[in-house]
Design a protein around this ligand. Structure first.
Ligand code: ZN
Length: 84
């Protein structure tokens, strides 16, 4: 089986992150709830943003910004869906 290198992701990822990500639907790994990220609970008093599922409270995502970069982790989202 042949494969492409990661550069093949460029178009798809650019399209993905250009839109309003709060309209994206995340499926919670903890409880299976499917909800727009706009409905999640965001805690901004940590070193970054901690995004928790509004149904079960599990951590869906963290966003940590520094002067050098932005780090995004999505340990609690099994599927991220964006409508076209
Ligand atoms: Zn949940």
């Amino acid at each position: 089986m042949t494969h492409l290198d990661g550069n093949a992701l460029a178009g798809a990822l650019a399209e993905l992150f250009l839109g309003d990500m709060t309209l994206a639907t995340g499926t919670c790994a903890g409880c299976g709830d499917e909800a727009e990220l706009a409905r999640a609970m965001v805690y901004a008093d940590a070193p970054g943003l901690v995004v928790r599922c509004s149904r079960c409270g599990d951590v869906l995502m963290t966003v940590v910004r520094s002067p050098a970069d932005t780090r995004v982790s999505m340990p609690g989202i099994t599927i991220l869906t964006l409508l076209r």
